[in-house]
Design a protein around this ligand. Structure first.
Ligand code: ADP
Ligand code: MG
Ligand code: MG
Length: 892
């Protein structure tokens, strides 16, 4: 008989933490904690396979499920010594979702299930606390009605508000048993009216209704959006966890809380969390009451008045601190935990690998490795390469003036400036127009994640360090200031007020997620330090990786940035970018517009000194590291004069008249410039262009080698080759220039001549091209464009459709299409190396900085990847991970 249900509690469990695929992260870890002897309320997990079955079979369950669930409930009853649905001694249950990867707040939880008009009286009598019993019942009616029956929250809020106002009460905890009885009666009446039938009283109907709602929530819009943003497949399914309730709302010796075993914002090894006395479930994160700190130290640092848990319940706090240590040791990573204290007894309700900022991820991994808890290799595998991006970008200049508008909690670090918007929809609309936005909300909810994703930063006026906004922002790497209570937000009027200022939609503000400050206007930024933990990690990474990492750079600034980030050379210096300078562009246009060789040579002579100087600067900065210079590959249309004034400038320089230029301009117009007279085709038509460039390269190499004493070894690269003959003709031009310069300067330097592989034909005939080419660099932008027959500049809209329809998993211009373009790369690498075993191979397309593509480059045996300077550290880390094999995914 198939096993659909796994029990846990009472010191044992049928599941283990390795069974996340079957039990979901929450269920697997509840089982693991039970096995470790940590107090966990008994319960059971209905597996993700039931979810799959449910969707494969018209939302029905496997036949054996009912009996297995019944048996598991009986086991909970035995351990808890009470009975589900009993009049006098009722067992209450929580029903929670739990997928393989954690999807915080994505699906809803039902607490206090098993209460009805009769059992609530039983609970009141048994506990001697009717206030608690009716508080639990009203929570249950509200949660069940909204999650399972689809009745909106505001109906409940309106009723509660009316009763509170009538009684002149402010806090939920001020309501008496009699008040809650009234609330319950009003809730039930409203539900019956909305629903057309009474609130379900049969506890088994309640249970199956909740189970069905959890499975149903797997396909709700916010779960679908979350999965899309985090690339979680829909067929994973969710598990359902049914667990005995423990009560944090039975009085002053009760509490509920959430914590991280280390600081998830900075990574510092300190116990970090919040709790509330006499509260239940989501009260801590919902922002209804101000949560209190766990440790005395954190309370003092924050200057908070309300006492810390360490002060109020020291004994339970110490137990919790011991569990903190035990969990970290066991899971060897920072944990995100949830707990409840019922009458001074501690219960753990959840543990999972905690989400953290990039800075915290780095610090935690390095600290754990230094403490010997994990290996260096493991530390390297734990860090998502793309997350490093957040550490490489500027932070607010500490010396800049700050016009502070408000202060909130430093919920997620980073500096962000942008225009204020007040709804997630507006954030998406404004961002769609290319605006940088800051999303300002009283508090965020899972419906807002699309808007949070496109924002630079998030500001809320309510909620703590573990509020939805804070958790999601840290996960997404967005700056966040949470709970800035002094900010008054009027969402409808789209304005906010603070410290006497009014900020309207579209006004610019700056957030400092590390201090919690909110500033008016944009505050200038500074470059980050690349030492400390970052330096340590990069050192470890460099010991392990075998792929070299170069940068795509042509300006001195880019080259210096690349070196600062640890680039081991330049993999692509695009010479056409050097031609755009205002003082050169006229000569460049003159060259393009010239109708004969003499005219071109005349213009080229003007450009040559500039070219040489460019290369001198680059070679000096790179100090002997390899530099691959790609000869001119101009999209001609970008260089042509665009108006009469530019036309006149060129005519003057060339000594011709404007009308002649105009007809030449028409002649040069191309229907499809990307497939036109570009790349080496231009060099074939007008060899004098490449001859000038080659001369400038060798002149510069000789000059810098002489001056610095370090030998410069230029790598000259010919673009857009598709036949061996093209390559050979142009190689002869380059060799000729080298001979000429070396004999004139009395110095010979080593150099290489190679080609881009960016056309399918070149990949296919790579074996022949390698007879004379000594290196290949895969230009995967053009290679993707030409292999797929899709224009990179025009494909955006339909690639999005292709992704939505599942035709493409990724944008092929961002992540290498391994099946198609990858095959081209592999063929070229194999055929090239067969001819020339020491053929040097690299990649210089956008893909050179994409971690998944880098793994592929390692597999195919490339020597190096080349990417934009800011991605160099990311590529170094990705290369180390590729050398180590798959990245370890520790997400619970
Ligand atoms: P999420 O995935 O949003 O964290 P959970 O399933 O963890 O949702 O439930 C949310 C909250 O409900 C928990 O933090 C906890 O406070 C409360 N809760 C869940 N199960 C129980 C239980 N068995 N007893 C008491 N409280 C519970
Ligand atoms: Mg929840
Ligand atoms: Mg939880």
């Amino acid at each position: 008989m198939a096993k659909w249900v796994y029990a846990f509690g009472g010191g044992t469990a049928e599941g283990r933490s390795e069974m996340k695929n079957l039990l979901g992260g929450k269920g697997a870890n509840l089982a693991e904690m039970a096995n470790m002897g940590i107090p966990v309320p008994p319960g059971f997990t209905v597996t993700t396979e039931v979810c799959t079955y449910y969707y494969d079979n018209q939302q029905t369950y496997p036949a054996e499920l009912k009996t297995q669930v019944e048996a598991a409930v009986v086991q909970i009853e035995r351990i808890m010594d009470c009975k589900f649905g009993d009049e006098k001694n009722p067992l209450l249950l929580s029903v929670r979702s739990g997928a393989r990867a954690s999807m915080p707040g994505m699906m809803d939880t039902v607490l206090n299930l098993g209460l009805n008009d009769i059992s609530v009286e039983g609970l009141a009598a048994k506990s001697g606390d009717p206030r608690f019993a009716f508080d639990s019942y009203r929570r249950f009616i509200q949660m069940y009605s909204s999650v399972v029956l689809g009745i909106e929250h505001h109906h409940f809020e309106a009723i509660l508000d009316t009763i509170k106002t009538d009684r002149g009460l402010k806090l939920d905890t001020d309501l008496t048993a009699a008040d809650w009885r009234k609330v319950v009666a009003a809730y039930k009446e409203m539900v019956a009216k909305e629903l057309g039938r009474p609130f379900p009283q049969n506890v088994n109907d309640q249970l199956w209704g909740a189970v069905g709602a959890v499975f149903g929530s797997w396909m709700n819009q916010r779960a679908i959006t979350y999965r899309r943003l985090h690339e979680i497949p829909a067929d994973w399914g969710t598990a359902v966890n049914v667990q005995a309730m423990v009560f944090g709302n039975m009085g002053e010796d009760c509490a509920t809380g959430v914590a991280f075993t280390r600081n998830p914002s900075t990574g510092i090894n300190e116990f970090y969390g919040e709790y509330l006395i006499n509260a239940q479930g989501e009260d801590v994160v919902a922002g209804i009451r101000t949560p209190q700190y766990l440790t005395t130290e954190a309370r003092k640092t924050a200057g908070a008045d309300l006492p810390a848990m360490e002060e109020v319940m020291p004994k339970v706090f110490n137990e919790l601190a011991a569990i903190r240590a035990k969990l970290e040791e066991h899971f060897t990573d920072m944990q995100d935990i949830e707990f409840t204290v019922q009458k001074d007894k501690l219960w753990m309700l959840q543990t999972r690998t905690g989400k953290r900022t990039a800075a915290a991820a780095l610090k935690i991994a390095i600290d754990l490795a230094k403490d010997g808890v994990i290996t260096k290799e493991k530390a390297i595998q734990r860090i998502e390469p793309n997350a490093l991006d957040h550490l490489l970008h500027p932070t607010l200049d500490p010396k800049a003036a700050r016009n502070v508008l408000a202060r909130g909690l430093p919920a997620s670090p980073g500096a962000a400036s942008g225009r204020v918007v007040f709804t997630a929809q507006d954030a998406e609309a404004w961002a769609g127009r290319g605006e940088k936005v800051i999303l300002v909300r009283v508090e965020t909810s899972p419906e807002d994640i699309g808007g949070m994703h496109v924002s630079q930063g998030i500001l809320t006026s309510r909620g703590g360090m573990t509020s939805h906004a804070a958790v999601v922002a840290r996960g997404m790497g967005r700056a966040c200031v949470a709970g800035a209570g002094e900010v008054r937000i009027d969402t409808r009027a789209k304005t906010m007020f603070s410290r006497g200022h009014e900020v309207k939609e579209g006004d610019v503000i700056t957030l400092d997620g590390s201090t919690g400050e909110v500033m008016l206007g944009a505050v200038p930024t500074v470059q980050p330090e690349l030492t400390g933990d970052f330096g340590t990690l990069m050192g470890w990474v460099d010991e392990i990786r075998t792929l070299k990492v170069r940068a795509n750079a042509e300006t001195p600034l880019d080259a210096r940035t690349a070196r600062r980030f640890g680039a081991e050379g330049i993999g692509l210096c695009r010479t056409e970018h050097m031609f755009f300078h205002p003082e050169r562009i006229i000569a460049v246009r003159e060259m393009i517009m010239a109708t004969d060789e003499a005219g071109r040579r005349h213009a080229l002579a003007k450009i040559e000194p500039y070219q040489k100087n460019d290369f001198v600067e680059l070679f000096e900065i790179m100090a002997g590291l390899p530099v691959t210079v790609r000869l001119l590959d101009p999209p001609l249309h970008e260089f042509l004069p665009k108006n009469e004034a530019e036309m006149a400038d060129v005519a003057r320089a060339a000594g011709t008249d404007v009308s002649a230029l105009r007809s030449r301009n028409t002649e040069l117009h191309e229907t499809n410039p990307m497939l036109g007279h570009r790349g080496c085709r231009l060099g074939i038509s007008y060899p004098e262009i490449y001859e000038m460039q080659a001369r400038a390269i060798f002149e510069a190499a000789v000059e810098v080698s002489k001056k610095s004493g370090v030998t410069v070894t230029p790598e000259v690269m010919i673009p857009l080759v598709c036949t061996k003959k093209e390559f050979d003709l142009l190689k002869e031009v380059i060799d000729g220039a080298a001979r000429e310069v070396f004999s004139q300067r009395g110095m010979t330097l080593p150099y290489m001549v190679g080609t881009m592989i960016e056309l399918p034909r070149a990949a296919l005939v790579a074996g022949k091209i390698a007879e004379t080419a000594s290196f290949f660099s895969f230009g995967t932008n053009d290679l993707t464009q030409t292999t797929l027959g899709m224009s990179r500049d025009d494909s955006g809209p339909f690639i999005e459709v292709y992704r939505q329809k599942g035709i493409f998993e990724h944008d092929p211009f961002a992540t290498l299409d391994q099946e198609g373009v990858g095959e081209m790369v592999q063929i070229a690498a194999e055929r090239g190396r067969k001819t020339r075993p020491d053929l040097k191979l690299g990649i210089c397309g956008e893909h050179g900085g994409d971690p998944a593509s880098i793994t592929f480059c390692q597999k195919v045996g490339l020597n190096y990847v080349s990417c934009s300077p800011y991605r160099v550290p990311i590529a170094r880390l990705a290369a180390a991970q590729a050398a180590l094999g798959a990245r370890s995914d520790t997400t619970a």
